[in-house]
Design a binder for this molecule. Structure first.
Ligand code: 173
Length: 321
């Protein structure tokens, strides 16, 4: 039994806490490094809609826009400095902050597993310490990257070819002999059209969003790595959120991750669409295919270990099957 006087004091205290929280609805500004019509932004919009419906009086997300609002390679810096609160980006787009960002493409276990096995804790340790960011969660899973070409190859040798890359593909394609040219997604179409590049790296899904199928003759199979697009948040802003605000954000993010299986169907649809668009598939024999994928991982982990002797090995252990 709580004595009456204490009960009154307790009631006053809880009322103060709850009005304190209720009086502080926080709105977070969100930008995307990917264009508004991409599947990534569609997923983000679903998350925002659900969060905003549930979060009245607590937390709201305000989507500012995509690459028209902010150049993709600047989203990381904008989150780090607090110009925006949340960025949807891929790690390759903010290696200008820390090399570790690009390691998320090397995960071979699901987000559910990463949340259990300590991978997400490690990511947050690194992202907090080196980037001033909190890692919120992942928008895409189960989706490999591929090499798309306009010149035919019969073995994994890109000597003499100019290939559009981001840090995702840079070391791998360079190791295969390519001349690599870094561009944001928004410059790929023109680079293909003008013949500035003979090919590009991109996930299996999404080449139709900016009509690249019009300028693409071949796709090389197999794919490699796991395309990564995630929400990252300014660390100071994250720390300033109340527990109910954080819980809401994380509950919605984890609910969204639980739907990441839907990428498998989207990938199948786009694979069929590519065939319908006349894109031919270049394949290698089984042994060569295995060497190709092994090389992709080995080259990437080698350079990650060099760039981050401290965290490279720890990430490999928790990210690998
Ligand atoms: O721009 C890119 O090719 C890239 O790095 C990327 C990363 C994740 C998803 C889509 C593209």
């Amino acid at each position: 039994m709580i004595r009456p006087i204490l009960r009154v004091a307790f009631a006053a205290l809880t009322a103060a806490i709850s009005t304190g929280v209720a009086a502080q609805e926080t709105t977070l500004r969100v930008v995307s490094a990917f264009a508004e019509n991409t599947e990534y932004v569609k997923k983000l919009e679903v998350l925002i809609r659900k969060l905003n419906a549930e979060g009245k009086g607590v937390l709201q997300l305000n989507f500012i826009g995509g690459p028209k609002a902010m150049p993709p390679f600047e989203v990381g810096k904008a989150v780090q400095s607090g110009v925006v609160d949340i960025g949807m980006a891929t790690g390759a787009f903010y290696t200008n902050i820390m090399p570790e960002a690009d390691a998320l493409k090397l995960t071979q276990v699901s987000m559910q597993e990463q949340r259990k096995n300590g991978a997400v804790d490690l990511i947050n340790k690194i992202w907090n310490e080196k980037a001033g960011m909190q890692y919120i969660g992942r928008v895409i899973e189960y989706t490999p990257f591929h090499l798309y070409l306009n010149k035919k190859i019969d073995k994994p040798d890109l000597t003499g070819l100019k290939i559009r890359v981001t840090p995702v593909y840079r070391d791998f394609f360079a190791a295969l002999g390519a001349t690599v040219i870094t561009t944001p997604p928004g410059e790929v179409y023109t680079a293909l059209e003008r013949g500035v590049v003979d090919g590009y790296g991109w996930p299996i899904q999404g080449i139709f969003d900016a009509n690249w199928q019009e300028k693409t003759k071949y796709r090389v199979d197999p794919g490699f790595y796991s395309a990564e697009v995630s929400l990252v948040m300014n660390l100071g802003k994250w720390k300033s959120l109340s527990q109910p605000q954080r819980d809401l954000l994380m509950r919605q993010m984890i609910a969204s991750e639980a739907e990441n299986d839907s990428w498998k169907a989207l990938n199948e649809t786009d694979t069929k669409r590519q065939a319908q668009a006349g894109i031919q598939v270049i394949t290698f024999d089984a042994a060569t295919s295995k060497q190709y994928v092994d090389k992709a991982y080995n080259v990437a982990w080698d350079s990650m270990f060099k760039a981050s002797p401290q965290y490279g090995p720890q990430m490999r252990k928790l990210f690998s099957k």
